[in-house]
Write a protein that binds this ligand. Structure first.
Ligand code: NAP
Length: 320
């Protein structure tokens, strides 16, 4: 089979396409024939060695994929060979023609969801779900600002927030991005590149502010975010690429909270209910992953450059 391999952390060109033996599933593992692999910003941080830990090299990048079950290891009972599935947290790396997953991380892919869409579920939807329902414990009727709604996590968050009957304010930095955010179900659209959008948010909420903010670029926005919160409001920090100054009084006067999250800290056993809910939403058509671009596996380096360049438009996937 073909796979992408990183022998040394560094720029995107460190990823090489090579031939390798097919991996064999061990106990509790599933071998998936990959039809599409999801590309996420975290894949680029790990490749560059800037994620806070250095992966053991060589390794194959990628956590998410969709395809068909090719083989199952001893003890696997829930999945059949040939079944359409999507997988998260690949143990062997998903940028490959075949990838291994723990059984608990492999789920049926509804017929209405393409393989490319299936490759966009793992990191983006689980992150958005975790932020909304487990971290913020959002309630129906609340108002959420999705600050960065045009990318993988943002589009997933808009769809999940729609399902949960929230009022949604979504931001994007381009016209095309805002159109996309509207199509996903946002009630109000804003441009996060325009400094006036903060005032607009207060106007749109009648001066009350928002109950919840899902923040994709905290180093840019957190200071302002705190002044946009309603009483008992919460900010979930999903993305941040630097430091930021805040005024803690903004939190005190509102009884507000800032919650951090890192998907890597979520234990595998916690994923069961999350994916059960996601599969239900996918089957009902309420969740429709947005594939912004498909690239051949050989163009992994280009995918890594493009995932870090604005404007975002859903997810990028690699096709083996
Ligand atoms: P993505 O697809 O590249 O999207 C990036 C998003 O950030 C786009 O919506 C982009 O909007 C937006 N953005 C750009 N400038 C912004 C600004 N000034 N204010 C607000 N938003 C802005 O990435 P993703 O997969 O959605 O992930 C989003 C971030 O969360 C990334 O930093 C990623 O590393 C992080 N993340 C963290 C976790 C975790 O466990 N904590 C999990 C997944 C992702 P435009 O392009 O339209 O300007």
């Amino acid at each position: 089979m073909k796979r992408v391999r990183v022998y040394q952390t560094g720029p995107p060109e460190m990823m090489k396409l090579e031939e390798a033996e097919d991996p064999r599933p061990g106990p509790g593992e599933v071998l998936v024939q990959v039809k599409a692999a999801g590309v996420n910003p975290v894949d680029t941080y790990v490749r560059a060695g800037t994620f806070g830990y250095s992966p053991e090299v060589p390794y194959t990048p990628g956590a998410d994929a969709a395809g068909t079950v090719e083989a199952v290891g001893p003890g696997v009972t829930r999945l059949r060979v040939g079944e359409r599935v999507y997988g998260a947290r690949s143990v062997s790396g998903s940028y490959a023609e075949k990838a291994l997953f723990e059984e608990i991380q492999v789920h049926p892919l509804p017929e209405t969801i393409s393989f490319a869409q299936g490759a966009c579920i793992g990191i983006p939807y689980v992150t958005a779900y975790w932020a909304l329902f487990r971290k913020a414990k959002v309630q129906p009727g609340e108002t959420v600002l999705i600050h960065g709604a045009s990318g993988g996590v943002g589009t997933a968050a808009v769809q999940l927030a729609r399902q949960a009957k929230l009022t949604i304010l979504g931001t994007a930095g381009s016209e095309q991005g805002r159109r996309l955010v509207k199509e996903q179900g946002a009630d109000h659209l804003l441009d996060h590149q325009d400094p006036r959008h903060f005032d607009e948010i207060m106007k749109l909420t009648g001066g009350r502010g928002v109950d919840l903010i899902l923040e994709m670029l905290a180093n840019r926005n957190l200071g302002k975010d705190l002044s946009l919160l309603a009483p008992s409001g919460r900010v979930v920090v999903i993305g941040s690429r630097g430091t930021v100054e805040i005024d803690p009084r903004d939190l005190m006067v509102r009884d507000a909270a800032v919650l951090g999250m890192r998907l890597k800290n979520v234990a595998s056993q916690e994923y069961g209910q999350v994916h059960a809910d996601l599969v239900q939403g996918l089957s009902r058509g309420a969740l429709r992953p947005v594939v912004g671009k498909e690239l051949p596996l050989a163009e992994a380096a280009r995918a890594h450059r493009e995932v870090m360049e604005p404007p975002a438009h859903g997810n990028i996937v690699l096709i083996p």
